[in-house]
Ligand binder design. Structure first.
Ligand SMILES: Nc1ncnc2c1ncn2[C@@H]1O[C@H](COP(=O)(O)OP(=O)(O)O)[C@@H](O)[C@H]1O
Ligand SMILES: [Mg+2]
Length: 442
């Protein structure tokens, strides 16, 4: 995910820059203050030791008593009277005798020293001092200690920010998943429960858009249904007229033409019926129908289609036929079974078989049609449910609407449909398996 386009990335980066910036400024200030404070404290100690030395004639180097660094030693030295020139004593590397009273920083013995000079009541002078390097080291140590907690806190804060940002944006990701999971022809609204207030207007406008698209689809479906309906009457009239023509004495040629006219009108009538059926089951309004006896319906369809099977010498029959019921309109179940068995009969070769099975499996009803035809090329399987798509092996005068109708009916029953080419070991051919939640057992 690109940082600039991801809300999560932007939020995290923004907050991280802010936190690190604040921490740097706060850390710098805390360090400076603690450092200055430590230096002041050491000056105060110099002043105290200085007044002690002025009163008690202390001299030498006082090792510190441990609690500060071992190197924080103090030098206490009587100064030569002003103007005194070097005698044997001054061979020692003494502090220069011309220092003025008070606190000062001087270079001595190749080091920077912080020196306090006091004059005693008898006029002699004493100097108390410390190398500034030692003082700075002690001050640095204590200043660094003040920013250690900050250094520990920042990584923890970053982790907390990452977690909070991730949590806050989770509804967005799940919303995106919901929208992605939507099938193109399923237009129920997105749920608004649990959606954060900031995203709610967004969800609401998506829902309004879905509503408009739904209305548009409805209008289109109604148009198709109306058009098919309007065409029904003239086509019926044409069929009647063609039938009447048969009773008229016609030449051989005239009879041939009448036959193709009748085939054409029959096809058109079938197409209109399929269009009307699709429009009927395409509408969103799936009422909750009462339970239908699926086995009885399938048996009726098989009985209806037996003559066609016999004509093609196809062995059409049941492998299993359990008494099962599902929640669906019986007309729809009949349409479903008829379309699938009709397809199987159409594609099975003469002398082939079409096996119908109907049985309960767990809390579902399985309706399965196996044929011994050529199956559907894998490349066609993806599109086979699209209206008017007939694949590369279309046979006879179909419309390409049958499987679309079947799928719509299966969806209305909250079921599932699967088409698979059987492996050669099972004798090749297509297996269509429809599963529908069963209603209570009879
Ligand atoms: N049992 C089957 N065996 C092989 N191909 C099939 C079978 N059922 C359907 N098909 C393929 O799927 C296409 C679409 O089927 P369908 O929607 O019922 O339309 P139609 O039967 O009107 O052509 C068919 O044209 C055919 O190519
Ligand atoms: Mg068909």
């Amino acid at each position: 995910m690109k940082l600039t386009t991801s809300l999560r990335g932007r939020l995290f980066a923004g907050l991280a820059v802010f936190v690190v910036g604040t921490a740097l400024v706060a850390g710098y200030l805390a360090y400076r203050w603690a450092f200055d404070e430590a230096i002041e404290l050491q000056d105060a100690i110099l002043l105290q030791v200085g007044s002690l030395a002025a009163n008690n004639r202390l001299e030498g180097r006082l090792p510190s008593e441990g609690n500060i660094d071992g190197e924080a030693e103090l030098l206490i030295q009587d100064l030569q009277p002003r103007g005194a020139t070097g005698d044997s004593v001054s061979m020692r590397r003494d502090l220069p005798g011309d220092l003025s009273d008070g606190l000062q920083t001087i270079a001595w013995n190749g080091e920077q020293w912080r020196i306090l000079v006091r004059t005693r009541s008898d006029g002699s002078r004493v100097a108390v001092g410390q190398p500034t390097a030692n003082r700075d080291e002690v001050a640095q140590d204590s200043a660094l200690r003040t920013i250690v907690p900050l250094g520990v806190l920042i990584p923890c804060l970053m982790v907390v920010i990452a977690i909070v940002v991730d949590r806050s944006l989770r509804p967005l990701s799940s919303l995106a998943r919901d929208i992605d999971a939507k099938q193109s022809d399923h237009l129920e609204k997105l749920p608004v429960e649990g959606i954060p207030a900031e995203i709610l207007p967004f969800v609401a406008s998506i829902n309004r858009l879905l509503e408009r698209i739904g209305a548009m689809f409805d209008r289109e479906r109604r148009f198709v249904a109306d058009a098919a309906h309007e065409l029904r009457t003239p086509i019926t009239a044409l069929i009647v007229q063609a039938d009447n023509l048969e009773r008229v004495a016609l030449s051989e040629d005239g009879r041939d033409r009448l036959q193709s006219l009748k085939t054409g009108t029959r096809r058109t009538a079938h197409l209109l019926e399929q269009l009307l059926t699709l429009a009927r089951y395409d509408s969103e309004a799936a009422t909750d129908p009462s339970s239908s006896e699926f086995d009885r319906i399938v048996k009726e369809v098989v009985a209806d289609l037996l003559p066609i099977a016999r004509k093609k010498s196809i062995d059409l029959g049941f492998i299993r036929a359990e008494a099962v019921s599902v929640h669906a309109e019986s007309v729809a179940l009949g349409v479903l079974a008829r379309n699938l068995i009709d397809n199987a009969l159409r594609h099975a070769p003469a002398g082939g078989r079409v096996d119908v099975s109907l049985f309960a499996e767990n809390d579902h009803v399985v309706f399965q049609v196996d044929d011994t035809g050529p199956g559907i090329p894998e490349a066609d399987l993806d599109r086979i449910f699209e209206p008017f798509f007939r694949g590369s092996r279309a046979r006879g005068d179909g419309t390409g609407l049958g499987l679309s109708i079947v799928r719509r009916i299966v969806e209305r029953c909250r079921g599932a449909i699967r088409l698979e080419n059987k492996p050669l070991s099972e004798g090749a051919g297509l297996r269509v398996r429809v599963t529908i939640p069963s209603s209570k057992p009879r």
